[in-house]
Design a protein. Structure first.
Length: 93
């Protein structure tokens, strides 16, 4: 099983390259996942096309910093991330 971790504070370009290796397990912080899904302020430059198009193939998604998900502003990121995942799963069926 190949796993990749995507978090803020690390190079976005390096993390995008890691995603191209098509991980089966993806661990990430809500902010970085939102950015890589094209939901951030700089969506055009941060978006990982592989991640967006391959959400349906990821077997496990772990959201790090669960305590921050309930803080102001982060619940919206969680909702946006899960919406993208659900959309991808519905397209598959």
């Amino acid at each position: 099983v190949f796993a990749t971790c995507v978090v803020g504070g690390m190079s976005l370009q390096k993390q995008t390259r890691l995603l191209r290796r098509q991980p089966q397990l993806l661990i990430g912080t809500p902010g970085r996942l939102a950015a890589l899904l094209g939901l951030g302020k700089d969506a055009e430059n941060e978006r990982s096309d592989w991640l967006v198009s391959s959400l349906r193939t990821i077997r496990h998604l772990v959201l790090d910093e669960a305590d921050r998900l309930v803080e102001s502003g982060h619940f919206r990121e969680l909702d946006q991330i899960l919406s993208k995942v659900y959309e991808a799963l519905q397209r598959q069926n």
